[in-house]
Design a protein around this ligand. Structure first.
Ligand SMILES: [Zn+2]
Length: 215
């Protein structure tokens, strides 16, 4: 089977996105790229009940190469992301807290330094109908230099060098959105300044070294 290992991974991570509550049933899609081919979850399939052979393979231009089922309706968005960034996996969900931010704000302010793990302040892509080239273009723009973007009134998308990285980015995005929303319920969240974020980057590049005890 073409891209057998990648299609198996789609099944595994399909179960994980549902198991961790990031996806309800069919409300999300995943893909993995290898060269000019992309294995993607099928249209309308529950992500926690996928089989490798139910995940279609398309080429980078969107032609169906292998599989009996149609690819996810958001495949144009996945392909647009692969065309513009050197990434190997894309995760798209309608996770609760991400969708709340995507419905109310134009960006997720950096209130926690782990925002930097996603490349910085997460942008909200302008609204467009799901599955359209317009949405794909808006998401592509919002992802510029980032590992995550939110989709206005829709959900979120994360990318990575493999499915594990894109999945962990999706979990982090949801956690950051939840922290922001819960913080708002207590008071006005303090947003980290450019200077504070730059200091975090400096710190991460210069970790403390602990001298070994003598004797
Ligand atoms: Zn969607």
């Amino acid at each position: 089977m073409l891209l057998a290992e990648q299609r198996r991974l789609l099944c595994e991570y399909g179960r994980r996105v549902v198991g961790t509550g990031l996806v309800l049933g069919t409300s999300g899609n995943l893909s993995v790229r290898v060269g000019d081919l992309v294995a993607v979850t099928p249209a309308g399939g529950a992500l926690d009940r996928l089989e490798p052979e139910s995940c279609p393979v398309v080429d980078i231009e969107g032609h169906l190469v292998d599989g009996d089922l149609q690819p996810s309706s958001e495949t144009p968005m996945h392909l647009a992301v692969y065309a513009s960034a050197d990434v190997r996996a894309v995760v798209h969900t309608h996770s609760t807290f991400g969708t709340v931010i995507a419905t109310t704000m134009t960006e997720l302010p950096p209130v926690h330094y782990n925002t930097l793990l996603l490349g910085g302040t997460v942008r909200v892509a302008d609204y467009a109908t799901y599955g359209t080239p317009e949405l794909a273009a808006n998401v592509r723009a919002a992802l510029d230099g980032r590992r995550a973007a939110l989709l206005a009134n829709h959900g979120g998308v994360t990318v990575g060098g493999d499915l594990e990285a894109a999945f962990e980015a999706a979990r982090l995005l949801e956690w950051l959105c939840e922290v922001y929303i819960r913080a708002r319920s207590v008071g006005e969240p303090r947003v980290l300044t450019e200077e504070q974020l730059a200091a975090v980057v400096h710190r991460s590049r210069n970790p403390p070294r602990f001298p070994r005890r003598e004797g």
